[in-house]
Design a protein around this ligand. Structure first.
Ligand code: CTP
Length: 222
């Protein structure tokens, strides 16, 4: 199968030297990419700026802004069997990017922010899509209720819900997986590499069931 994975944060420019971003490390998305490659899948990894080496054998697309990530995901989604949107895409971007560095003055300033385009929601709206669509929900409260809302509103097949305070910049994660058919399952706290392997198995099983695709379980790449 071919996996399309988004990972890491995005950067929304304010002026030539400043941007808005978040603390996402990209570790979960990269771990899923590695886990998928390990068992012989193809991977298109669309990544925001992170301090991680791109996995060998992945098709790597480096992006900075939410707009660039949106365009790349839209372009490559139909080449994939499983889309895993793991990136912490900025929800807002400055309405205007100043072409020159904004100078300090003694006064208060404010920056007008406008919503970015939602990649997961946009892919979820595609008619007759032939790929499994999995999103992540990073929450600090009401984890399952918020994740269930995202599953429904973004019309995806799976939402992987995690506590942002556990997952952020950490090597470990603990997730609850909500399925479109109402089922749910949990992966207890473990290194992201282990959680990623379990997730890849779950995504493949679900994609195989949904689209009658052939599951490839090839021996590990050398
Ligand atoms: N997502 C996306 N494009 C955006 C925002 C979010 O594709 N512009 C995706 C994320 O990659 C993730 C899912 O939507 O798979 C949920 O992201 P999250 O940040 O948890 O939620 P938001 O929809 O941004 O809502 P909120 O910040 O209010 O929780």
């Amino acid at each position: 199968m071919t996996f399309l994975i988004t990972a890491g944060p995005t950067r929304e420019p304010i002026d030539p030297v400043r941007y808005l971003s978040n603390r996402s490390s990209g570790k979960m998305g990269y771990a899923i990419a590695e886990a998928a490659l390990e068992v012989g899948h193809d991977v298109i990894l669309i990544s925001g700026p992170v301090n991680l080496a791109p996995p060998r054998n992945a098709r790597f697309i480096s992006v900075l802004t939410s707009d660039e990530m949106f365009e790349a995901a839209e372009r490559h989604a139909n080449e994939s069997d499983v889309c895993v949107l793991c990136a912490a895409v900025a929800d807002y971007q400055p309405a205007r990017v100043s072409p020159a560095k904004i100078k300090k003055s003694g006064d208060k300033i404010s920056i007008e922010l406008i919503p970015t385009r939602d990649i997961l929601q946009s892919l979820g709206r595609r008619q007759h899509r032939k790929f499994l669509l999995a999103g992540f929900a990073a929450e600090t409260n009401d984890l399952e209720a918020n994740a269930a809302k995202k599953l429904q509103e973004k019309n995806c097949d799976i939402i992987v819900a995690n506590d942002a305070r556990i997952a952020l910049d950490s090597d470990e994660n603990e997730v609850v997986i909500l399925f479109g058919d109402g089922q749910k399952t949990k992966i207890s706290r473990a290194p992201k590499k282990i959680v990623a392997r379990e997730l890849v198995k779950i995504f493949c099983k679900f994609a195989t069931k949904m689209f009658d695709k052939k599951d490839v379980m090839i021996t590990e790449r050398t």
